[in-house]
Design a binder for this molecule. Structure first.
Ligand code: GCW
Length: 723
């Protein structure tokens, strides 16, 4: 009997330990496993023997908890917290105002000018002992510094001569969740919404805390928890109470809650007859509503608004413009220090002009007419988060209105959750693009960080790719995009390569060879998806509605600018959207050197060719190939890169835990199948116009065009629910 019990206990503990070690990706990049490199481990153990955080605020407490957990995990033994510095090896953490020890160190010089969120990590002498210090002017800065320090250990950096000074490039670094109150997520591919509205505020899922930790670890300081296709119910007391419970969890992590405002809320839940922003009763309704919100969430961040776009209500319903709508809400939140993020993603089916021009045409004339606490949130490109787009012409064009960048982290048009696509190279490409707004060097990054036009408000938003999937993002590598978004918005000068290295080191391995292999998979992945979906500037040729898979033939939709044929304009002569002076002239929205470059066939980069030009199938490319062949080669190159990614990944079998290895391996197989599908479907379709053979070296389509056209995916994930 005893023996049986013994075996039972043994097997049980074995199963428990397996479970504890489950490599399901839940821990993201905050894994804190014991450092395997024994030399590093010994050095770290010798340099960090204890730590001190003086002060007891909620933020300092979570910083202490993280440090405790991180050090214990990484160093493989508990590192005690102490009260005084009596030896070398103490890690001292805090702000001059919360920590007398830090105050005594005379760090004024180094801390001067650092915003509350910034931090320094340095080595100095305290009580006559060489001491490592993480210091900041604000407590959130302490938390950010703590994460940064742990990252140095996670990525095996030298901590002997520490000299880090870091502050964010933009003030508002915000996730936009397109989460509905029924927990579906528009364009979400990682399960359901994290927010369990039904059980809030009573049940606080521990996952909310891990969500906040992950965000804080990369410097994200705001979250819009509801979809831009807004539901007015969020502004009713029952829901505000729930949102307040989330805000309470997030607050210590420096993460502010924002809500989306449905413009017609005064009518829908307020009993008014109009939502006209110039109507005093409407203004009062919003003012009272905002006052009420602040009683629930005292540090409420403000509103994000999608208005008069894709059927959403807005000021134009009452003959008012976007500024009048935004300003009304801005006035309501102003006295509480709130902001309004007003989206520029507008296009009307009634405007017969090129959709790419509409946001600029509508917003540019309003430059300077927004209140000081409004930012206009502009998507990275003028159409809609396509695999690749040239930068939005509004960047640089509104010197008197702070423009906020909106990136999409969820991969709506980039293979959704099953394709490995590392987005940082694309984000970097957009941020580093030169608008020429004030001559050479006027990059988009300088518009966004406020330095070009001296914006007083700055921000970047990212549409989140997070859901209830155990690994948060569906694809393990989707985590890298969440990570990269945070890192890049903190420091827009970081290279996508450097960010990839950090993430790989924290998530998979620091071993040089494996790191290199994973990095090259990541860095090539964006170009690959562009090649197998929309090479050479093609865009918006995906399946209708769900946006899954190829659909270049789509031509019957409720509005022409939702079809594919509107964008590729393929005919017997050629393909591409003429946006030069002979066509829609969208190119004129850019500053002259850029407009000139995109218009001129010799200068227009190949990657934007068919975005701006309609060209003959036998147009001679710079490569000397004719256009048709070049398109085909790009599709093939995309497929080939995915195959290489598969090979690379397979070579890592012994370097990566089995669970994540197999998961990624299976997803890469899906990606390969779908890359081939995109190539075959698009080439078969375009061939009906080009009437030219598939060139040598390009694999022939596996099925007929009719086959591809007959595919239906009624339950593809992420579709907007019809209420
Ligand atoms: O990309 C499109 C999406 C819509 C989305 C819209 C927007 C939230 O297909 O699902 O709606 O953009 O950004 O408002």
């Amino acid at each position: 009997m005893r023996i049986r019990l013994f075996y039972f206990v043994l097997i049980f503990s074995f199963l428990v330990s397996i479970h504890l070690q489950a490599e399901d990706g839940y821990r993201l990049w905050l894994r804190y496993d014991e450092i395997k490199d024994t030399q590093k481990l010994d050095t770290y153990r010798a340099s960090i023997t204890s730590w001190i955080i003086e002060g007891s605020s909620p933020t300092l407490k979570v910083a202490g908890d993280e440090l405790n957990m991180g050090l214990k995990g990484l160093l493989g033994e508990p590192i005690p917290s102490v009260n005084t510095i009596e030896e070398e090896g103490v890690l001292l953490v805090g702000t001059p105002s919360s920590s007398p020890l830090i105050a005594s160190l005379n760090l004024d010089e180094q801390l001067r000018g650092l915003p509350e969120e910034g931090f320094i990590i340095t080595r100095t002498s305290a009580n006559g002992h060489s001491t490592m210090v993480i210091a900041a002017n604000g407590e959130v800065g302490v938390l950010y510094g703590t994460y940064h320090f742990l990252k140095l250990l996670q990525t095996h950096q030298d901590i002997d001569k520490l000299s880090v000074k870091s502050a964010p490039d933009v003030q508002h670094r915000i996730l936009n969740h397109w989460d509905n109150l029924d927990r579906t997520v528009e364009r979400g591919y990682a399960g359901f919404s994290l927010w369990d509205w039904h059980k809030l505020p009573d049940f606080i899922d521990p996952r909310y805390i891990d969500y906040a930790r992950a965000n804080a670890s990369v410097g994200i300081n705001g979250t819009v928890i509801t979809s831009v296709n807004a539901n007015a119910l969020i502004l009713t007391p029952a829901y505000m109470e729930k949102a307040a419970a989330l805000a309470d969890v997030f607050r210590p992590y420096g993460l502010k809650v924002y809500l989306t405002a449905r413009f017609s809320a005064p009518v829908e839940i307020g009993g008014l007859e109009t939502a006209d922003p110039l109507d005093p009763a409407v203004q009062k309704w919003w003012k009272d509503k905002v006052d009420e919100i602040y009683t629930y969430i005292p540090d409420f961040g403000g509103f994000l608004v999608k208005a008069n776009s894709e059927g959403q209500p807005g000021p134009q319903d009452y003959g008012r413009n976007h500024a009048e709508g935004a300003n009304m809400l801005a006035d309501a939140v102003a006295e509480h220090g709130g902001i309004v993020m007003w989206r520029a993603f507008v296009y009307s089916e009634e405007v017969p002009d090129d959709r790419a021009k509409q946001a600029y045409d509508e917003f540019k004339p309003l430059d300077g007419s927004f209140r000081d606490n409004v930012m206009v949130q502009v998507k990275n490109g003028a159409i809609d988060f396509q695999p690749r787009e040239p930068f939005h012409p509004l960047f640089g064009a509104m010197p008197q209105t702070p423009l906020m960048m909106e990136f999409q982290i969820t991969q709506e048009y980039l293979g959704q959750a099953t394709h490995l696509v590392y987005l940082a190279p694309f984000f970097e490409e957009v941020l580093q693009a030169d608008t020429y707004a004030q001559g050479e060097g006027s990059t988009v990054a300088k518009v966004i960080d406020g330095s070009l036009h001296n914006y007083q408000l700055t921000g970047v938003a990212g549409v989140a790719n997070i859901g209830t999937d155990r690994n948060w993002t569906g694809h393990h590598f989707g985590q890298a995009n969440w990570y990269a978004f945070g890192r890049l918005t903190w420091d827009m000068g970081l290279s996508s390569e450097a960010i990839a290295e950090e993430w790989i080191g924290m998530t998979f391995t620091n071993e040089e060879g494996a790191m290199k292999t994973i990095k090259s998979m990541m860095l090539n992945s964006h170009e690959a998806v562009v090649n197998y979906m929309t090479p050479l500037g093609l865009h918006h040729i995906m399946g209708p509605g769900h946006h899954y898979g190829p659909g270049p033939w789509v031509k019957e939709m409720s509005r022409p600018d939702w079809t594919s044929v509107y964008y590729h304009r393929a005919d017997e002569e050629g393909i591409g959207f003429d946006r030069t002076a002979s066509g829609s002239n969208a190119v004129a929205q850019y500053f002259p050197p850029v407009a000139e470059k995109f218009s001129n066939l010799q200068q227009c980069p190949d990657k934007y060719l068919l975005w701006f030009h309609h060209l003959d199938w036998d147009y001679k490319m710079k490569s000397d190939q004719i256009l048709w062949d070049e398109i085909a080669y790009h599709y093939q190159a995309g497929v080939d890169t995915v195959r290489q990614m598969q090979e690379s990944w397979n070579s890592l079998e012994s370097e990566v835990d089995e669970e994540r290895f197999k998961h990624v391996q299976a997803f890469l197989e899906i990606q390969k199948k779908e890359a081939v599908w995109w190539k075959d479907a698009c080439l078969s379709y375009f061939q009906t116009f080009s009437d030219r053979p598939i060139p040598e070296g390009v694999e022939k389509p596996e099925q007929s065009l009719e086959y591809y056209q007959s595919q239906r995916f009624p339950f593809a994930p992420g579709i907007r629910p019809r209420w």
